[in-house]
Write a protein that binds this ligand. Structure first.
Ligand SMILES: *Cc1c(COP(=O)(O)O)cnc(C)c1O
Length: 451
């Protein structure tokens, strides 16, 4: 093959990191030839590039590790799988098989859980936008409805009249746990007394039965102590309600928000150092339960952890399509996956591995996606050896929020496969083609082109 001429440039060598082959030992650790024993080359040959790859084994491992951290410390624990984090059927099914119920935040997600065979009573229905239709369906199917605002109380009372029965509900509460910015737009605020006003309103109406409290303090929360504060405040509120309004609070849902081992942009320390272990979260949370609950009282503890379970169980394989030299001397690569399918690239500095040994010196490199858009950057500065066209990059962790927030923009969305525990590979979402995109379009007769 004839090599393309490239104008010489002067780049700084990271001599301190070099080994005798001229490569960095750092980068030497970043070669990955397989995922769960299946060669990267085989995956791409069979399913194309880019390709999302989910590890069933890793997913079950992550679930069990996090669940056990809580169930070994507290006798009454239930996980709810946050659909918006990744609602591929295969992912939800694995987690439902592990024992999680569903946590949904829209009519669409509610229908998705029902389609998968989840009973209404095993669906937690959160979110600020629940239309009357879906709210009535959820109420009649016995879903766990978490009220977000006063208008929802009114809607639910109407529905209770229509159904001719009292509806069990919980309220979402937001509060100061020391995390800033405080998530104060969902649910009723605790410190201003709004949460208690909501309880009074529910009690006065007499049509709803309050049996749970919910809060979700944010996402990628690096402070285990914030959850300790959350639990303390929720337990106190629960007893205030039980003592003054006669409702029995059967469960406390403390939401999600635990971080994954992903690296936030702008942080210096690696995630292994920066991100507390799940045991530290479990310890703070159960400590707060035991020091605030009355003796013998063990309300159900519900967790809706999303990111921390799925993020590390998924990889994205992408292929180097071309390279170029930027005016500032940096090397740039164009990959076949970009922010269209990797939404979390806006926050994360991913772990990027290469599918083969490469000779040559590391130099600062930028990785762009395929879009004709300036914002399409996967990594704006990482040390890479010279990569040939066709080199595969394995990007991780990518399991959280990418398969839900991805967009069909400029390119099709690719195949998603799952490597099963038995080593077989299954497609869990097929790559799109033009028919998927145009199926919903209508071209008015007058606009037809006659050529
Ligand atoms: C998004 C969301 C979750 C999951 O959050 P993670 O940060 O992915 O753990 C849980 N509960 C509610 C109400 C949510 O909106």
């Amino acid at each position: 093959m004839k090599k393309v001429y490239e104008k010489p440039v002067i780049t700084k060598l990271e001599t301190g990191f070099m080994n005798k082959f001229g490569g960095s030992p750092l980068y030497a650790r970043k070669i990955r030839k397989d995922i769960d024993g299946v060669p990267v080359s085989e995956l791409v040959e069979r399913y194309g590039s880019p390709l999302f790859v989910i590890s069933e084994r890793k997913l079950r491992e992550r679930y069990r590790k996090i669940y056990n951290a809580f169930s070994s410390r507290y006798p009454n624990v239930q996980f709810g799988w946050s659909y918006k984090t990744n609602y591929l059927k295969a992912v939800c099914s694995v987690l439902h098989q592990e024992g999680a119920i569903a946590e949904v935040v829209s009519a669409f997600e509610y229908e998705k859980a029902r389609n998968l065979g989840i009973d209404g009573k095993n669906i937690i229905f959160n979110g600020p936008h629940k239309t009357l239709d879906i709210l009535e369906k959820a109420a009649s199917e016995g879903a766990m409805i978490h009220i977000d605002h006063f208008d929802e109380i009114i809607d639910l009372e109407k529905i209770a009249d229509r159904l001719g029965k009292k509806i069990k509900v919980a309220i979402r509460v937001n509060m100061d746990t020391g995390i800033h910015p405080q998530w104060d737009r969902f649910g009723f605020n605790l410190e201003t007394g709004q949460a208690l006003d909501a309880v009074k309103r529910i009690a006065t109406g007499g049509k709803l039965v309050l049996n749970g409290l919910h809060s979700h303090i944010g996402t990628f929360i690096l402070e285990p102590e914030a959850y300790g504060k959350e639990v303390e405040k929720l337990v106190k509120l629960a007893y205030e309600i039980e003592d003054n309004f006669g409702f029995k609070i059967e469960y406390l849902d403390i939401g999600g928000g635990f971080p994954s081992k992903n690296k936030l942009k702008g942080t210096y320390l690696p995630p292994d150092v920066l991100v507390p272990s799940v045991e530290e979260y479990a310890e703070k949370i159960t400590e707060a339960l035991y020091s605030n609950l009355r003796p013998g009282d063990f309300p159900k503890l519900i967790l809706e952890t999303g990111r921390a379970i799925i993020d590390e169980a998924e990889y994205l394989i992408t292929t180097i399509f071309a390279s170029k030299r930027l005016p500032d001397g940096r090397k740039a690569y164009i990959a076949d996956a970009g922010v269209n399918i990797l939404f979390t690239a806006f926050w994360y500095k991913f772990n990027i591995e290469i599918d083969r040994e490469v000779q040559g010196t590391n130099e600062p490199s930028v990785i762009y996606g395929p879009l004709c858009m300036n914002i399409d950057v996967i990594d704006d500065g990482t040390m890479l050896p010279p990569l040939e066209r066709g080199t595969r990059l394995i990007i991780s962790p990518v399991g959280a929020y990418n398969n839900t927030q991805w967009m069909q923009f400029i390119e099709y969305r690719p195949n998603v496969v799952m490597i099963m525990e038995d080593g077989s590979v299954e497609i869990v979402r097929e790559r799109e083609d033009i028919s998927d995109i145009e199926r919903r379009e209508r071209l008015p007769e007058k606009l037809r082109i006659n050529q």
